[in-house]
Design a protein around this ligand. Structure first.
Ligand SMILES: Cc1cc2nc3c(=O)[nH]c(=O)nc-3n(C[C@H](O)[C@H](O)[C@H](O)COP(=O)(O)O)c2cc1C
Length: 188
């Protein structure tokens, strides 16, 4: 029985984290049964701007429209066990903290929390204001995990990809997956 995972991509800086995480998941068929992906409108804009491509179209996963409330993971009965929002904008984090459920990303996060499953927000902005910090506290109290997109340097990364992988390896570990390409020191 493989894992059923939702990946939501939002319009915070750091599309590279989503790209690398999805690439890693595509190589983990032995652990992962299904990966469903949903992107916000700004996620596409930022991905194109920061990475200069739209390679998300080439990934071997099913993509759902943000407005698609008929997606299986909009309901708890589909039994998706883990959701990662990567990168997670302050706007999406605020909407999740407020329980708005007004699009597929916030609805899926709401479902994961109500079913007491694993929600990981790879939050990205700097600096944080008090609203961001209170929203992080609210999501944490509701059972979610705030895993900020803060890379580490002690593995001496030499490329942007290696630096970004220090965050992605941490996320994979929080998801409870074994990363075959994991190297000690790569986890921040
Ligand atoms: C290039 C670019 C970088 C951005 N970086 C961030 C960021 O790091 N954190 C953040 O919270 N918002 C960031 N934003 C703003 C969000 O995209 C914006 O607030 C948007 O409404 C978030 O909506 P979404 O969560 O539905 O994608 C950025 C926008 C652009 C165009």
């Amino acid at each position: 029985m493989g894992r059923k995972i939702v990946i939501a991509i939002t319009g915070a800086s750091g599309s590279i984290y989503a790209k690398l995480l999805l690439q890693q998941l595509s190589q983990m068929q032995n652990q992962v049964a299904e990966v469903a992906v949903v992107m916000s409108d700004n996620a596409r804009t930022v991905w194109q701007y920061e990475l200069g491509d739209d390679t998300y179209n080439q990934l071997p996963f099913k993509f759902y429209a943000k407005s698609d409330f008929m997606a299986p993971f909009a309901s708890g009965s589909a039994r998706f066990d883990t959701m990662v929002v990567v990168p997670c904008s302050m706007g999406t984090m605020g909407r999740i903290a407020a329980g708005t459920s007004d699009d597929l990303i916030t609805r899926a996060a709401d479902v994961i929390l109500k079913e007491r499953r694993k929600l990981i927000l790879v939050a990205r902005d700097t600096p944080f204001n008090l609203i961001h910090i209170r929203n992080m506290a609210t999501v944490t109290e509701a059972g979610g995990i705030i895993c900020p997109a803060i890379p580490s340097f002690y593995s001496l990364p030499k490329t942007i990809e290696e630096l970004a992988m220090t965050v992605v390896n941490r996320v994979i570990s929080l998801m409870g997956l074994e990363n075959d390409s994991y190297e000690w020191g790569g986890e921040g």
